[in-house]
Design a protein around this ligand. Sequence first.
Ligand code: SF4
Length: 248
Amino acid sequence: GTIGAITPTEDDIPTSISKAVVEDMDRTYYPLKPIVPFAEPVHDRINLEIMRGCPHTCRFCISSIIKAPLRFRSVQNLTDLAEQIYQNTGYDEISLFSLSSSDYPWLDELLVRLSGRFKARRVGLSLPSLHINEKLKDLPGVINAVRKTGFTLAPETGRDCLRQIINKPIDDKEFFQAVCAAYQNGWQLIKLYFMIGLPGETEADIRAIPEMIKKASYLGKEIKGSPGNINVTISPFTAKPHTPFQWV
Ligand code: SF4
């Protein structure tokens, strides 16, 4: 059956409730004294949330919907936060995280500022979440200060046509350019994320995934003399509520 209506059970509860949104990211609370455990956890570093929301609209993605609208912290605010958290924890790595960190509009300036401040203290920077775009092709050249632990990309599918269906408007050419740029700038490990079972997928799309991985590894041989080390995650698609694919 279908739901006919949803009504409040109490008189003082409004019929529709608006989402609470932090409008000014610079003025909201940020944990300045995170616990530093004795054991080494997975995310053993300063985590700086540089923006909230995502400018992209991948049709399977719930994160961009529930984290909307797109908001940014300023470079000055992030620099101040990094300094205070460093003073309180002594961590030697700062992760600039968000849903799509290469879309942060002042990323170059932020990297230069943080690198200038922390390089002498041997504190590295990392970018855990990158979107393949025009900016990314140039990015590795300006992030010499970034730790080369792993260069993470999420092409999601093996072929351009399925990427258009899921509304991830990147093409193979851009993807391989980003992979080449990563090798040229010293990354040894490329982490790739794919999904299978997406609406509109054909067997050809699935077969294209290992081909894409092989080529990404082979490019390492061409550029740096040995095959690239590729770490692959393949997840099954599950339809999420509030996304365009919730009905498929
Ligand atoms: S780029 Fe990532 S976070 Fe943004 S909409 Fe696509 S999958 Fe979601």
